[in-house]
Design a protein around this ligand. Structure first.
Ligand code: TPP
Length: 324
């Protein structure tokens, strides 16, 4: 695969910042009581959604998790629609009916975040099966955490995708903990990528905090899948630096030293260093950050001023209309 050009490098940097600044804002909004429902932030894992989704088209289908704001943003849902959805407003991507764990935008191929751990693996497999039957080069993509790999859905999805040679990308974001349970406790096999061998499937482990590494590995897997080369399991090794969900504790089940050591490996700071070494000017990168902050501020004001869903529409979208 060709290395990313200048425009791509800048867009990767900007995309990671959009996710980071949006998440930081959502955390503040949650603390201010403006977000009904849970809020699981993606801080520390931005390189994964960014590096994978950079290769996706709007007609590829992404299925995500409870920690899915970053996937939605990277897949093309505008920050205004994400923030408004978490605020429960009618202008949100799910019209204020879903919140954080039901971010849907089929127009851009964001087929949903989910509060249930595991099913996204099967939904992406189903999408891949459908795309294959339709003889397209579209892709199904599942993002999931290490907490999903001991779920039956993981076995069923990987097995089916392999035997039918489906265009599916399985992206495991191994951030070492499922809520407060260490992966090393939940499984005697501390790796995810090597589980692919059980299905005779290609499994690749990558540094999930290195956006260029994720971009390269995902690009190769996606190009292969589009050409009929079948599924790939990518294990992105990473860490969430905030609590499992806002309002929960950050440490106790993990040490402050461990959190600090991963903060030193922050994916955005690391990429900024790489860009500076490639000759980008600090001022140029700071300007991107300023633009992103303004974009997120705009999203918050938009959400704040947006109407609540009309109670008269309560039963809309629940049953299909006869004959439709
Ligand atoms: C089927 C199912 N079992 C249990 C839960 C409760 N639960 C919510 S988040 C979570 C941990 C998920 O961990 P992981 O998949 O590693 O994702 P992470 O939170 O680390 O991003 C669990 C067990 C759930 N939502 N769904």
């Amino acid at each position: 695969m060709r290395p990313p050009d200048r425009e791509t490098l800048v867009s990767l940097y900007r995309q990671m910042l959009v996710i980071r600044r949006c998440e930081e804002q959502l955390a503040r909004s949650y603390q201010a009581g403006l977000i009904p429902g849970a809020c699981h932030t993606y801080v520390g894992q931005e390189a994964i959604a960014t590096g994978v989704c950079a290769h996706l088209r709007p007609d590829d289908a992404v299925f995500s998790t409870h920690r899915g704001h970053g996937h939605a943003l990277a897949k093309g849902v505008p920050p205004r629609q994400v923030v408004a959805e978490l605020y429960g407003r009618a202008t949100g991507c799910s019209q204020g009916r879903g919140g954080s764990m039901h971010l849907f935008s089929p127009e851009v191929g964001m087929m949903g975040t989910s509060g249930i751990v595991g099913p996204c693996i099967l939904q992406a497999t189903g999408a891949g099966y459908s795309f294959k039957l339709l003889k397209t080069d579209r892709l199904g993509v599942a993002f999931f955490g290490d907490g999903a790999v001991n779920n039956g859905a993981f076995h069923e999805g990987l097995n089916l995708a392999t035997i039918f040679n489906l265009p599916v990308l399985f992206v495991c974001e191994n951030n070492l903990y499922a809520t407060e349970v260490p992966f090393a406790y939940a499984s005697k096999n501390p790796e995810v990528a090597n589980r692919a061998a059980a299905y005779n499937l290609l499994g690749v482990a990558v540094d999930g905090n290195d956006v260029l590494a994720v971009y390269r590995v995902a690009g190769e897997a996606i190009a292969r899948a589009r050409k009929g080369g079948g599924p790939t399991l990518i294990e992105c090794r990473t860490y969430r630096t905030r609590a499992h969900a806002e309002g929960m504790r950050e440490a106790g089940y993990r040490t402050l030293e461990e959190i600090e050591s991963w903060k030193q490996r922050d994916p955005i700071a690391a990429f900024r260093k790489q860009l500076l070494a490639r000759g980008y000017r600090a001022g140029e990168l700071d300007k991107i950050d300023e633009e992103v902050k303004a974009q997120i501020q705009d999203a918050v004001e938009f959400a704040d001023q947006s109407p609540w869903p009309d109670p008269a529409t309560l039963m809309d979208h629940i049953y299909s209309s006869p004959g439709v």
